[in-house]
Ligand binder design. Sequence first.
Ligand code: SAM
Ligand code: SF4
Length: 312
Amino acid sequence: MLDRHNRNITYLRLSVTDRCSLRCRYCMPADGIPKRDHRDVCSAEELVEIARAAVDCGVRKVRLTGGEPLVRRGILEICRGIAAIPGVEELCLTTNGAALARLAKPLREAGVSRLNISLDTLRPERYAYMTRVGRLEDVFRGLEAAEEAGFTGTKLNVVLMKGFNDDEIPDFLDLSCRYSVEVRFIELMPIGEGRNAQFLPAEAVLDACPCLQPLEGSGVARRYRSPGGRGTVGLIEPMSHRFCASCDRIRVTADGKLKPCLHSRQEISLRGLSGEALRLAIEAGIAAKPERHYMNETGRSEAGRRMNQIGG
Ligand code: SAM
Ligand code: SF4
């Protein structure tokens, strides 16, 4: 379905929980978040129904996110339910990778087509520091399990932070040469805890490696390849290059609020709706998509929620 700015909305990012197994400093508070009553979060059936109604409105790609989707009870049931909806061409999932060694194969069998794995540093001590509780080796075991399970087109999400991982850009590029993955450098957004970390423009990647060869872009990413590399490199630049004009997505939070734009406070409640009423509410959300965000001018997001409550 086209929105009022002539953008075709085909992509739903569906958050299945705001809870997480890690506490990344730019995303979650140190002591986590207050535990919600499970009735405050959409049930597996509600999530599948929302996805089905979104497909009726023209969505073709669904990404499960969180919080950490792999800590959600019934995640495999949710994946199976959404993968089985006629019209879902891609079911993707974004994960911190911590539980992937155990879950990669079941996820594949449940119909997940592609994975994004978040990995902001390749150094074990830094990883432990940034995630507060995580172990780097778990992510690499997860990455290997994903390959063994038959996942292809895996992306590694690296949030760039000045003074934290800018000295690792060459190491990440090296990783993109050795593995058949896309290493995606993402600019830090000034949302929630993200306001406490140091922004670094994605252009720094090109400065660090002028030999990167441009490829055709894909979605919101500028793409490159290192000479002779197996994988590719992507730059996601929500701050320095506005990609609002080609935005094709809507988001739904784990408590069932449709966010037409990540950086807008506007939310439409989908809970308690079904059938035609649910479809009309999603259509209203698509119609309400603002033309653009104003983070470049204001230096802050108007999201009104932390990233773990939206899903990135
Ligand atoms: N827990 C999963 C993970 O980490 O992949 C999924 C949810 S997480 C909120 C989704 C993505 O958002 C991750 O790649 C994470 O690094 C990114 N993210 C979180 N806070 C961010 C921020 N302030 N700016 C840019 N990206 C952010
Ligand atoms: Fe959890 Fe992902 Fe946020 Fe890290 S970025 S705290 S893994 S939700």
